[in-house]
Write a new protein. Structure first.
Lengths: 215, 216
């Protein structure tokens, strides 16, 4: 599979598939495709029935993914201002991608979900899910706004906003935190909820929270 | 603080803080920060804004986020983002220099800068049988110190001579100096269904500096 970024303010990615080569993506982000490309459904099998119910009803994660099989080209777009990154995962390399940011992944890459727990307080009672992708294979991601990349050393920490995390290595731990934010009753009621990322591994952040209205 | 812009279309701001150095920022626009950076809450009362003034602003419908600000203390790096396409400006204010920035566009400022929320303009609109007052809120910032803010869309800068005027919309005005006067006028639109309509406009009269932005 060849991946080419179609650059611009709202970028897209073009995947060129050899015969019987497949990519999968979230349903509804296909921009255009050659008539020779066939479309199928890929079921997400991760964690059993109860876990699926929680993921789909609470987390809003879809039941299935779309699968496109070559020969031909297919283009995907996330309809947002930002940057696209093509990443080639090494054998056994694990990458956790923010939900709603994966453009496409080669079909040989296993797809699973990773749950990051919430703070169990009002406002961030429930955590969130990330797409867990394990190499080898190629993937394309859409970062909303600009992408800021960094590599954390073992036990090195960075604190970020929930909407800022684009992807992290599987070795990077993500932990929901309530920062101490003032004293008194108002201080106890108000929360500054953030995500603490603990190395080692790669981290990429995006400058726009896709869950907030943006231009 | 040392501030730099990161990225182009939807920029973020990277602020490097020395040990003990403090900045104030609007709540919940932090993108990421280093482990050693401490965060705390600073109420507007602590910044010298009286309770009566806050109640007055609240009665006019000022946004909730301005009851308190987040304080970040170094050493370390903090980045902020307003999640919008636009331009970031980093402005060093001289001692006593005052600017009035449209509310909702401030990113962060040195703790040496004095912050005071204010009303820049107000006008009456007729909605059916009701007459309602609309306000243009602003953050008044007094130097010395550095302030960082973001426009939505592109920024157009003007320096007005004494008596020179520029007309803009309430949505277009981003920043003005207090030496300018802001007057509300009305632009008559073409009659729709036989009913003439009018739209508020702002006439900014110099001398002073003014920034207009192209987004909403």
């Amino acid at each position: 599979m060849e991946l080419e970024t179609l650059k611009g303010v709202v970028p897209a990615v073009l995947a060129t598939l050899a015969p019987n080569e497949s990519v999968y993506c979230e349903h509804g982000i296909m921009l255009y495709m050659d008539p020779t490309v066939t479309v199928g459904r890929k079921t997400i099998a991760s964690g059993g029935a109860l876990s699926t119910l929680k993921r789909t009803t609470v987390g809003g994660i879809p039941f299935f993914l779309s699968e496109f099989t070559g020969p031909g080209s297919v283009s995907f777009s996330r309809d947002g201002v930002g940057e696209i990154r093509d990443i080639e995962l090494g054998p056994g390399e694990v990458l956790d991608v923010a939900e709603g940011s994966l453009l496409c992944a080669e079909n040989r890459i296993p797809y699973a979900m990773e749950y990051v727990q919430g703070t169990h307080r009002l406002g961030r009672m429930v955590g969130f899910w990330m797409d867990r992708l394990t190499g080898p294979g190629k993937i394309a991601l859409h970062g909303y706004g600009n992408i800021i990349s960094m590599t954390l050393s073992p036990q090195e920490k960075v604190t970020c906003d929930y909407g800022a995390l684009l992807f992290k290595s599987g070795s990077v731990q993500a932990r929901s935190l309530n920062l101490p934010f003032g004293s008194g009753l108002l201080g106890k009621m108000e929360a500054y909820e953030v995500l603490e990322l603990i190395g080692p591994g790669k981290v990429a952040l995006q400058s726009v929270d896709p869950k907030k209205p943006h231009s | 603080m040392k501030a730099d812009t990161v990225g182009a279309i939807t920029p973020a701001v990277l602020v490097q803080l020395r040990p003990g150095e403090k900045i104030l920022a609007q709540h919940e626009i932090m993108l990421h920060m280093d482990g050693p950076v401490k965060v705390a809450r600073k109420t507007l009362k602590q910044l010298g804004v009286s309770r009566a003034h806050l109640m007055g602003m609240s009665a006019r419908g000022d946004s909730e986020e301005e009851y308190y600000l987040a304080e970040f203390e170094g050493p370390g790096n903090v980045t902020f983002s307003r999640d919008k396409a636009g331009e970031v400006r980093i402005l060093d204010l001289a001692p006593g220099q005052v600017v009035r920035l449209r509310s909702g566009h401030l990113i962060c400022f040195d703790e040496t800068v004095q912050y005071y929320p204010t009303v820049l303009a107000q006008w009456v609109v007729q909605r059916g049988n009701d007459r309602e007052i609309e306000y243009l809120f602003a953050d008044q910032l007094t130097g010395p110190g550095t302030i960082v803010f973001q426009s939505y869309g592109n920024i157009l800068s003007f320096t007005l001579s004494p008596g020179e005027a520029i007309r803009t919309t309430p949505e277009g005005l981003l920043m003005t100096t207090p030496t300018n006067t802001v007057q509300v006028g009305w632009r008559q639109n073409a009659a729709a269904l036989g009913v003439p309509t009018a739209q508020p406009v702002l006439d900014v009269v110099g001398p002073g500096a003014i920034l207009v932005h192209s987004g909403v």
